[in-house]
Design a protein. Structure first.
Ligand code: ASP
Length: 344
């Protein structure tokens, strides 16, 4: 019986590094990664493309839009049965979520990476590529609406929920609110739960299917402002004072706890939200925002009534990507609020 055809798209990152003169440097391409994995040919017929050879901090949103368009083209042409994307771990949760926002394909898309480079004992790149290929070849990943998946250290995570939670530990990737979607054991991928996907349907209704090819290059920069103890709001003042809002099309706040901000900032945030969409997300990184627990200045009840949009379960990094996409698509305030409302 013929094997599933998997295309590995390589972007760079630790998984693609090799020894330099002072430390590890970027260099390996997709074919090198395929060659590094013993037994990969028993799992799938894997071909590779090298998209870039760069650290994940250098990737741009437009590069991810172009990657999504490439994956859509592969799926439409029926050239492959699944896609594996390799990149650096630093921005993996963002790329995975942005791909999940952009893609409407009926083949599995699985991202992976490495926490340990090839110069280290027990480097995890080859094992992670093998695991990602197994997931991309697994019938359940095609049969269920699971969205973009992230496979590392034999756990499979939903793009919506996964986060890098440590700087260098091999088990850095977790889904703090939900746990993994699946786990690998022997040669099997065992599904543990079904990711919630209602939000994706709401997004599609709002902006249409397959937006990557239409909206790549139409950048609408979104400011990400992290709120912390004693914040005085100088950056909010700067955005408010500039006639063009410093070029920003919207603002995401890394707000406190269940969606609270210091009282000192409320007047200015309310003024800002009358000019731009201002989205509140929790800097805790997991769990739904509150809607009707606290009253008073700076509370979720007051801020929602003042027009600030609440991001539900989305953490600030991911809320920024969704707001950027909605702005690129020309969505108005009511549509933006409806899509974020569907996120928990
Ligand atoms: N700095 C690297 C990157 O994100 C880290 C990694 O790949 O683990 O590209």
């Amino acid at each position: 019986m013929s094997q599933p055809r998997i295309r590995l798209l390589a972007l760079g990152g630790t998984i693609a590094t090799q020894p330099g003169t002072q430390g590890m440097k970027q260099g390996l391409g997709g074919d090198d990664l395929v060659r590094m994995v013993p037994g990969l040919d028993t799992v799938a017929d894997v071909t590779a493309e090298t998209i870039s050879r760069t650290g994940s901090g250098n990737l741009t949103l437009d590069a991810v839009y172009a990657l999504a368009a490439r994956i859509e083209a592969l799926a439409t042409a029926r050239d492959v049965d699944g896609v594996v994307v390799t990149q650096g771990t630093d921005t993996l949760e963002e790329t995975a979520f942005l791909l999940d926002l952009l893609l409407d394909v009926d083949i599995p898309v699985v991202m992976t990476a490495a926490m340990r480079n090839t110069g280290m004992v027990s480097h995890d790149g080859p094992g992670n590529v093998l695991a990602a290929a197994r997931v991309a070849a697994a019938p359940w990943a095609r049969a269920n609406d699971v969205g973009v998946l992230v496979a590392l250290l034999d756990h499979v995570h939903a793009a919506f929920d996964v986060a890098k939670t440590e700087t260098s530990r091999i088990d850095a990737f977790r889904s703090p609110a939900t746990g993994p979607v699946a786990t690998l054991v022997e040669d099997r991928v065992v599904q543990l739960m079904r990711p919630v996907r209602d939000w994706k349907q709401t997004l599609r209704t709002a902006i249409g299917a397959s937006p990557a090819a239409r909206l790549g290059g139409a950048a609408a920069p979104v400011a990400l402002l992290w709120l912390s103890l004693g914040e005085q709001g100088a950056l909010i003042d700067a955005v408010l004072a500039d006639a063009r809002h410093l070029g920003f099309g919207g603002v995401v706040l890394g707000a406190m706890g269940g969606g609270h901000v210091p009282e000192l900032l409320v007047e200015r945030l309310t003024a800002l939200s009358q000019r731009l969409p201002v989205v509140v997300a929790s800097r805790t990184g997991a769990g739904p925002l509150l809607r009707r627990t606290y009253e008073g200045t700076g509370s979720e009840i007051a801020l929602r009534a003042a027009g600030l949009i609440y991001a539900g379960r989305l953490p600030p990094l991911k809320a920024r990507l969704l707001l950027d996409l909605l702005l690129r698509a020309g969505a108005g305030r009511a549509t933006i609020a409806a899509v974020f409302d569907a996120c928990g």
